[in-house]
Design a protein around this ligand. Structure first.
Ligand SMILES: [Zn+2]
Length: 446
């Protein structure tokens, strides 16, 4: 560990504290001696005993921060009314959170209507600390920085290994090499609280490993340790389908907090389930593997040995291969096919709609089994083009036996930035769950 910190250059600009932020703003220090960081994705991870008796203080801080997230800019009296805390408690929590750089006053955004002394509303400090994000994809990976509302501030793409898996070490090597420089250059002096790293397949956040990513050929890759060694910041990893569900719960449609199912269809096919604001992980965080769900009328051979698995039939690679086989493209590229289809190419459009039908059947099955308030689908054609989203909704409703409301089927609130917001959410979710605990674990306070 120590040797890595000596040999890896630290992101110096990302470590600097901006002049706009309090001088003791935390979390950007690499803290080489800190104990193993475990920001578990489950509230059960946050036990009062771990807080050293500060459980109530942490819960109150979270209540204030979440109220500001949902209603900011908002007056302190309104925060007190919405959170059920006393005005004095709100003021104390505000000071704690402002000291960490998470909230600030916005004098220009007066809420008005208050009797007596006018109040300066408070809001999430979106021009303050940032969170880094990494999405490891097959055709390309994405680096990003998001603000405390999960909105992209900067992003950059890195070429991926393709679907062969042979250059997977190259992907991770390229990420390790570029991540510190990206954070330093693009954060431009703003503090970076940590980095969320997401990818498809089986990802175990508590161990920080990618247990299995078939298209990349990864088995038990210690992604968290690799990236922490490279950038010197806390890194949290998660599956990308769960992270998109989490980002919708945090920043998206209110109904996602009641229940949400998310189906991700790209180079891998994954699902995620969130109930009452918690994304389900299950034993060893294996929840969400729908890659081998049998699909009717599909006979594509799957690496698992069977035919007609959802991932083998509906992945970007399968779609690209079909386009090449039918002479629509000269090389497999699902993204290019979708743009060709959207521009009016009839053969491309047939292929895109064929995949939408497969996706819709899987989404309808999940919808009927789990009956969530919201079904999110992440697939390139429905993400980019409204008429393909409309086609998906129509197909889902045709197959579902419980849903007759097309609005229950949607894409992420973040649209084409869904994966960037999701990568940030891997860090922002534990931050909003318990900001004081998060800050202390990041070496920021106490
Ligand atoms: Zn299979």
């Amino acid at each position: 560990m120590a040797r890595r910190h000596e040999t890896q250059p630290l992101p110096t600009a990302a470590l600097a504290v901006s002049s706009a932020a309090p001088a003791h703003l935390p979390a950007v220090r690499p803290v080489p001696d800190r104990p193993a960081v475990r920001y578990g994705p489950d509230p059960a991870d946050v036990l009062p005993a771990q807080r050293g008796g500060d459980g109530r203080r942490g819960a109150n801080a979270a209540a204030v921060l979440r109220t500001v997230l949902d209603h900011g800019p908002v007056a302190r009296t309104t925060i007190a009314r919405l959170s059920g805390l006393s005005p004095a408690a709100v003021s104390r929590q505000y000071l704690d959170l402002a000291r960490l750089g998470l909230v600030h006053e916005r004098p220009g955004a007066a809420t008005g209507g208050a009797v007596g002394r006018p109040q300066v509303p408070v809001d999430i400090h979106t021009c303050g600390p940032l969170v880094g994000g990494v999405h490891l994809g097959v055709p390309f990976s994405t680096l990003c920085l998001v603000d405390l509302r999960g909105r992209t501030v900067a992003h950059e793409y890195l070429d991926g290994p393709g679907a062969g898996g042979r250059r997977s070490a190259g992907t991770l090597g390229a990420l390790r090499e570029r991540l510190p420089g990206f954070l330093a250059e693009r954060a431009a002096g703003r503090p970076v609280l940590g980095v969320g790293a997401i990818t498809g397949g089986w990802v175990d956040p508590s161990r920080g490993t990618v247990v299995r990513h078939t298209p990349l050929g990864w088995v038990d890759v210690p992604l968290r340790a690799e990236l922490e060694g490279a950038c010197g910041l806390p890194v949290l990893v998660d599956n990308h389908a769960r992270a998109i569900a989490q980002s919708e719960i945090l920043f998206g449609r209110p109904q996602a907090r009641r229940s949400v199912v998310h189906l991700f269809v790209g180079s891998v096919v994954d699902a995620a389930l969130g109930i009452a604001g918690v994304v389900h992980q299950g034993p060893r965080s294996a929840a969400g593997d729908v890659a081998h769900l049998p699909v009717a009328d599909a006979d594509a051979p799957c690496p698992c040995g069977r035919n007609g698995c959802l991932q083998a039939a509906a992945s970007d690679e399968a779609l690209g291969a079909r386009a090449v086989a039918q002479g629509v493209l000269d090389r497999p590229d699902a993204f290019r096919l979708v743009e060709l289809a959207a521009a009016g190419d009839e053969a491309a459009d047939r292929l895109v709609r064929g995949r939408i039908r497969l996706v819709a059947r899987a989404a309808a099955l999940l919808l009927d089994v789990l009956n969530p308030d919201l079904v999110l689908v992440t697939e390139v054609s429905v993400l980019r083009h409204g008429h393909y989203l409309a086609a998906l909704r129509e197909e889902v409703l045709r197959h579902s036996r419980v849903c007759d409301d097309p609005e229950r089927v949607a894409v992420s609130h973040a649209g084409e930035r869904a994966l960037q917001t999701a990568a940030g959410a891997a860090v922002l979710a534990p931050l909003y769950r318990d900001p004081l605990l998060f800050a202390s674990r990041a070496g920021a306070v106490r």
